[in-house]
Design a protein around this ligand. Structure first.
Ligand code: PLP
Length: 368
């Protein structure tokens, strides 16, 4: 192994030789690799954010509202409307991205000597969050088609008795949402070991009609947490705002581990302004869903095997050489994601033009 300047530092042993998170950030015509909204932020939202941030700037001499009261009210109202489940501000917690919310959850409920379980292939950050809080990471398993059944998930939880279990629904990178019966079965199995059950719904707003949110299960389940983010559906990846809903006592647990004033006044102002315009932003969500469904249909017509998607991206197999296809697309200025699963790639649903460019380029690759 080559020596890195890091090796000279007294870094924690388990960090030696590890790589940081690093999806490529390349400036190409179509950036379809990290599931951002590819539409620009609508002008009226830009105006609203600018004026709210301007107002916040006048008070930057003061620490921000530690309780981000207004933001919690707006997030609760959004979730209540979006999922038709009453959610109160006391049930809401937010952070700088759902990444930070997840870190808070693990700091409070996992930590040294404890364990975190998730089911790969899933979000690549889960093992990194676990490492960051000195917890053991337990990789569970899925069916060969990457789906999860209620019985299998429950059995695995009973076998491993983790302190925290993370279900990703819709799952990244495969795109498919879980039936609520799977979440219910996971929670029942988790009750025996008092395991916290986190459902990561980063892509929840993109779910197919008739697919319910796990928010419906919060009532009466004190150890269930549903996380969401403004990075995807709200076109605010650069704003860094994620949040969760759970029993009010869970938010009190997270208050014990957050750094004081973790959400800046600028962040709170920007997020509140975006939430005031949820309707126009959710209009783009519908456009993206239409392109997502179009990608599935057209990939099938090309003889590839897209997985059912409840997200703003499509995971597909059937490629002879996924990396060669990925490079061909990149040569055409289209950046998608190679998640390291043979024969498979993941593409974000973008604008109609980006989607056409992706499909045309892939067709050329298949006919080469
Ligand atoms: C994108 C994504 C997130 C969002 O992370 P943020 O920190 O909110 O930007 C969380 N979970 C999954 C599975 C994701 O794909």
């Amino acid at each position: 192994m080559t020596q890195s300047p890091l090796d000279a530092l007294p870094i924690r042993e388990e960090l030696r030789g590890q790589q940081p998170y690093g999806a490529p950030q390349l400036n190409v015509a179509a950036m379809l690799n990290v599931n951002e909204t590819t539409y620009d932020v609508p002008t009226e939202v830009v105006e609203a954010i600018s004026s709210q941030v301007r107002a916040a700037a006048q008070r930057l001499n003061r620490y921000p509202d530690r309780e981000f009261t207004l933001l919690r009210e707006k997030l609760a109202a959004f979730l209540s409307a979006e999922s038709a489940v009453p959610v109160t501000p006391e049930q809401i917690w937010a952070g700088n991205g759902s990444n930070e919310v997840m870190q808070h959850i693990l700091q409070a409920f996992a930590g040294p000597g404890r364990s975190v379980m998730a089911f790969p292939p899933t979000y690549s950050m889960y093992p990194l969050y676990a490492r960051g809080v000195y917890s053991d990471y337990i990789p569970g398993t899925r069916s060969p088609d990457f789906t999860q059944s209620a019985q299998d998930v429950a059995d695995q939880i009973r076998r491993h008795r983790p302190h925290v279990v993370i279900l990703c629904s819709p799952n990244n990178p495969t795109g498919t949402a879980l039936d609520l019966e799977v979440v219910e079965a996971a929670y029942r199995a988790a009750e025996e070991s008092e395991t916290m059950v986190v459902v990561d719904e980063a892509y929840g707003e993109f779910r197919q009609p008739g697919t319910p949110s796990a928010l419906q299960l919060l009532e009466g389940r004190p150890r269930l947490i549903v996380t969401r983010t403004m990075s995807k559906a709200f076109a605010m990846a650069g704003g860094r705002v994620g949040y969760m809903a759970a029993a009010a006592a869970v938010t009190d647990a997270l208050r014990l581990v957050r750094l004081p004033y973790h959400l800046s006044a600028v962040t709170q102002a920007a997020a509140c302004a975006a939430l005031d315009h949820a309707e126009v932003l959710m209009g783009n969500v519908e456009r993206i869903k239409a392109q997502r469904d179009r990608i599935v249909t057209e990939l099938e017509a090309m003889g590839l095997t897209p997985h059912p998607s409840d997200a703003n991206f499509v995971f597909f197999g059937g490629l002879d050489d996924a990396h060669a296809a990925w490079e061909h697309l990149l040569d055409d200025g289209i950046l998608i994601r190679d998640v390291g699963i043979p024969g498979h790639l993941r593409v974000t649903a973008g604008t109609p033009e980006e989607t056409s460019a992706f499909l045309d380029s892939l067709r050329r690759y298949l006919n080469r």
